[in-house]
Design a protein around this ligand. Structure first.
Ligand code: PLP
Length: 387
């Protein structure tokens, strides 16, 4: 594992040592059900309270506005259905063409169930035009659901401006903050957002734990009915993972302003631009997550590059989703106007807190070698993949 240079932190992060250590007691001796009245149970309930406070502190909201879930996807689905339940007569949803599949699939499903969905586009830098959002809102708009930080490019949507627009129009707003949480400062107390989704495994907690912010001002309707989480999310809580999530949130709060990852990302990008021709940075470089870069390499097929990089111990991801039959170009890059070929030649690298300058130098070398090798193996200008 030590030889691996892990540059895929937007996919998932390793569990931090402090997080693991905080979780262990809740997987061993302190195994009580937080709903039980005896001491073992009360201790587990108290641990949930601490974790709720830690997540709420990072989000800048009240403790009771945090509902623990099983993942970001569950939070997103819960938020969407809770917003729609607020006024069943409203049948119009606004989202964007570059959302994570959790939002896209939920909205596509709702479209098949009779809802009308407006998919806002983005410009060539992946930016959303708030004017277009304003113009799209109607009297029957039930929900606006948008990303804060794009998982593929890191590009940020202007959440403050978006919230001002939806507040003025009195339309519920859900923000998918799964990638931004813990990477950018957040003060939900002043933002004017009704729902926000978070996930543990993007901030050094384990997979399978998430949280949903539901403003105390909204009437909340659960997706999983049951008595836990104040009847907002049924199911016995995953105590150990929630404790881990709380610990990870506290660590993220300490690291928020350290600025440790952006210089490494910038060094990585600049070196590749200097050393290779035909490299393009995808997305708005000024409003981006500090840890993410999405690059297209002319005449390189990203799936092949991934394999070569994997052989060199570098983990990153392709701007495409593989299905058994084909490599689909990324919907995010396509929405930004990249053609199939450009989208199929893109790679995402996402840096983490444990990434070192030495690893970045080795990764630069590996990418230069992989790209040069792939270019040497194929005639210049030939299609990256058959259309
Ligand atoms: N939203 C965004 C922007 C993401 O990047 C992800 C995960 O990649 C999710 C939602 C889903 O989170 P989870 O994996 O916890 O379901």
């Amino acid at each position: 594992m030590n030889d691996v240079i892990y540059l895929d932190h937007n996919a998932t992060t390793p569990v931090a040592r402090e997080v693991f250590e905080a979780m262990v007691p809740w997987l061993t001796g302190s195994f009580g059900n937080p709903s039980s009245v005896y001491r073992l149970g009360r201790e587990a309930a108290a641990a949930l309270d601490v974790a709720r406070g830690q997540v709420a502190a990072l989000a800048g909201c009240r403790h009771e506005e945090i509902v623990f879930t099983s993942c970001g996807t569950e939070s997103i689905n819960t938020a969407i259905q809770a917003a729609l339940a607020m006024d069943p007569d409203r049948r119009h949803i606004i989202t964007s063409a570059v959302e994570h599949s959790a939002t896209m699939k939920a909205c596509e499903h709702l479209a098949r169930r009779g809802y009308e969905v407006t998919w806002l586009g983005v410009d060539s830098l992946g930016r959303l035009d708030p004017g277009e959002l304003k113009a799209a809102i109607r009297s029957d708009t039930a929900l606006v659901s948008l990303l804060w930080a794009n998982n593929e490019t890191g590009v940020l949507f202007p959440v403050g401006e978006i919230a001002s627009i939806t507040q003025a129009a009195r339309v519920p707003l859900h923000i998918d903050a799964v990638q931004a949480f813990g990477k950018l400062p957040l003060d939900l107390g002043t933002l004017g957002v009704q729902f926000m989704s978070f996930s543990g495994h993007k901030i050094y907690a384990p997979k399978g734990v998430g949280a949903l912010y539901a403003s105390h001002r909204v009437r909340f309707s659960p997706m999983l009915r049951g008595s836990q989480e104040e009847e907002r999310r049924g199911g016995t809580q995953n105590v150990a993972s929630i404790v881990g999530f709380g610990c990870a949130a506290a660590l993220a709060a300490e690291r928020l302003n350290t600025g440790d990852v952006a210089p490494l990302r910038d060094r990585f990008e600049m070196s590749l631009l200097e050393r290779l021709s035909g490299v393009r940075i995808n997305g708005d470089r000024t409003n981006r997550l500090p840890n993410t870069t999405n690059l297209s390499f002319e005449d390189v097929e990203s799936e092949g590059a991934l394999i070569l990089l994997d052989e060199k111990g570098v983990c990153c991801s392709a701007g495409s989703a593989c299905s058994s039959a084909s490599v689909n170009p990324s919907h995010v890059l396509k929405a930004m106007g990249l053609d199939n070929q450009q989208a199929r030649s893109s790679l995402r690298f996402s840096i983490g807190h444990s990434t070192t300058a030495r690893e970045i130098e080795r990764a630069i070398e590996a990418v230069v070698q992989a790209v040069s090798k792939m270019r040497a193996l194929r005639p210049k200008g030939s299609p990256v993949l058959a259309a």
